[in-house]
Design a protein around this ligand. Structure first.
Ligand SMILES: [Zn+2]
Length: 269
């Protein structure tokens, strides 16, 4: 067994190399690489290799699905910015909650934080897939707060059947990997239920927050609705939501909901 300091240094070196690789293949921008190295190191040190594998799976899956039919999504006007290259705020929004639970695992341990971590990761994966695959839907999404109302593709809070199915499979997949790795001390059925439901609840919360509190503005120059603070070089006119609530804030809160839901289910079963 290596002394702890040496072990930690080896971990950071490994994460650093992966971060550089992600930068090289343009999966992240410079700030995003720094954030990912920070997040990855804490997850590896706090949770260990299995946690790290789950994080890598989320990362690779979300990058791939963001790139999937990217030009079509760009034409719609709803592709991730800059070819889907992740920024530091994006990394913290999706990985922040998972990182918090890796740190609590390091200090306190005991299984429950591992479940929370899985719930957060399932939620992040489910939400990314629901969005990226939902954008390809041929039907107009329905608004989660009023399922009779159809909204244009790309609207926050809009849900599609294909996006919902994708969210289910994404959560299920994270649960299945956790079972294969033997992560949680519970029966396979229990783990699958806890992680899948946690991920789906996180995804539903994401849609609700997207419909209720996320900032949406109107560009007075081109007439398009946007989630950015500025469009066409001018500040937007806010239509609804709070100014400080963007997609990143919503993602952070929804992964937290996924984590708490999985923890609650774990204590119940
Ligand atoms: Zn505009």
């Amino acid at each position: 067994m290596l002394p702890l300091a040496l072990e930690v240094m080896a971990y950071i070196l490994i994460v650093f190399s992966i971060g550089l690789l992600a930068l090289k293949v343009k999966a992240v921008e410079f700030g995003g690489a720094i954030a990912c190295i920070f997040i990855g190191s804490l997850i590896l040190i706090g949770g260990g290799w299995y946690w790290f594998i789950i994080m890598i799976i989320f990362f690779v899956v979300s990058i791939q699905f963001t790139r999937f039919r990217y030009n079509y999504k760009k034409k719609l006007g709803f592709a991730q910015e800059k070819g889907g290259v992740r920024s530091w705020s994006n990394a913290l929004a999706n990985g922040g909650v998972a990182t918090i639970f890796a740190v609590t695992e390091f200090f306190f341990g005991g299984g429950i934080y591992e479940v929370a971590f899985l719930g957060a990761m399932a939620s992040a994966t489910a939400d990314t897939l629901a969005t990226e695959i939902g954008l390809l839907s041929k039907q107009e999404p329905k608004l989660i707060t009023n399922l009779r109302k159809r909204v244009p593709i790309g609207t926050s809070g809009g849900v599609t059947p294909i996006g919902t199915i994708s969210a289910f499979f994404a959560s299920f997949f994270i649960g299945a990997v956790a079972i294969l790795l033997g992560m949680v001390e519970a029966s396979p059925i229990e783990v699958l239920t806890i992680v899948t439901i946690g991920g789906i609840i996180g995804c539903i919360v994401d849609s609700f927050l997207g419909a209720l509190i996320q900032r949406i503005g109107l560009c007075e120059v081109c007439g398009k609705t946007t989630e950015n603070l500025r469009h066409c070089g001018k500040p937007i006119e806010r239509l609804r939501g709070f100014n400080f609530v963007d997609n990143n804030v919503v993602n952070f809160l929804s992964t937290l909901s996924g984590a708490i839901s999985s923890m609650a289910l774990f204590t119940l079963v």
